[in-house]
Design a protein around this ligand. Structure first.
Ligand SMILES: [Zn+2]
Length: 313
């Protein structure tokens, strides 16, 4: 088991009730909320402190006798306010919300979320000239994956998505409104000691692919927007996608220059005394992995190997 004084950051995106989760076309992007409930209660019972990133940062600087976990959520959709934060409040556990400010600012098309809603509602869809019969959950999952692959290849997700909406009689703005978190929802959480806010860029780009000026604008833009809206310092940042190809040494330095105190990645690993606060490891616990052993694997520090083994259980 992990040594005393070490910490672990868990990352996820969306959450849905068990029954809804089972039928989601993109359920790998969600946590089953009953699973999340069990996981939080379990770690609370077994001697882990659940802490904010402020607290985690202090512990990695100074060392601390107790082991700890930070839960963070990236992007922020409507279910963040309606499902996730209420759960953490009920259990008395803090959560860090990394907000992509283009979502509440309505400048970002939520094409995956909208595609998912269309696939859930329809029994047949057409992309280019191909027809997909989608009556079963498995067919809906396969269709979602196939269409995302096509849009990835086409390279312009927003345009492909809008064409898809028109073809199936949907209003893309109305679908966005169903899924996006709003500023009033975020403002309603700003005084909650269990909710810690961080930045996750303005438009959710691959930061490493941007030139220096664009990357700086994404980092400082989301920070300034959140500070103005929430009336508090925004000290934490998480890189979209978060893998080594999405954020590198230049970008860690830009995060520091933008005034953040930490920058988080999605590289698996643990927090230890002396961990670089500008490349914090986080362990993704999105939806595919509903069994508690998967989360335990992160806590034992064996993420990569245990992941492979436990997925077969
Ligand atoms: Zn993200």
């Amino acid at each position: 088991m992990i040594a005393l004084g070490h910490g672990c950051c868990f990352l996820f995106h969306r959450a849905a009730r068990s029954q809804a989760w089972a039928g989601l076309p993109n359920r790998g992007f969600y946590l089953d909320v009953e699973y999340l409930d069990r996981l939080i209660r379990h770690v609370q019972r077994t001697g882990w402190d659940i802490v904010t990133l402020d607290e985690a940062l202090g512990r990695t600087r100074e060392g601390h006798g107790r082991r700890f976990i930070n839960f963070s959520l990236d992007d922020c959709y409507r279910d963040t306010a309606e499902v996730v934060v209420p759960l953490f409040r009920r259990l008395g556990a803090p959560i860090t919300l990394f907000v992509t400010t283009g979502i509440p600012d309505e400048t970002l098309r939520l094409f995956y979320a909208g595609l998912e809603t269309i696939i859930q509602r329809e029994e047949q869809i057409i992309d280019d000239d191909d027809r997909f019969d989608i009556t079963s959950p498995a067919q809906k999952r396969a269709a979602f994956a196939a269409i995302v692959r096509r849009w990835d290849e086409a390279g312009d997700h927003a345009a492909s998505y809008v064409r898809f909406c028109v073809r199936h009689g949907y209003d893309a703005d109305a679908l966005d409104a169903q899924h996006r978190i709003t500023w009033p929802m975020l403002e309603a959480m700003r005084a909650d000691p269990l909710v810690e806010f961080g930045g996750h860029t303005v438009s959710h780009p691959h930061v490493a692919a941007l030139d220096r000026g664009q990357a700086t604008a994404e980092l400082t833009g989301c920070r300034a927007r959140l500070e103005a809206a929430l009336d508090q310092p925004i000290l934490h940042f998480a890189f979209p996608y978060g893998q080594p190809s999405d954020c590198g040494p230049r970008d860690f330095e830009l995060a520091r220059a933008a005034g953040f105190h930490t920058a988080a990645t999605t590289s698996a690993g643990l927090l230890r005394r002396g961990t670089d606060p500008f490349r914090l490891p986080r362990n993704t616990i999105n939806g595919e992995h509903r069994a508690l052993p998967y989360a335990y694997a992160h806590l034992t520090g064996l993420s990569g190997l245990a992941h492979k083994v436990l997925r077969r259980v």
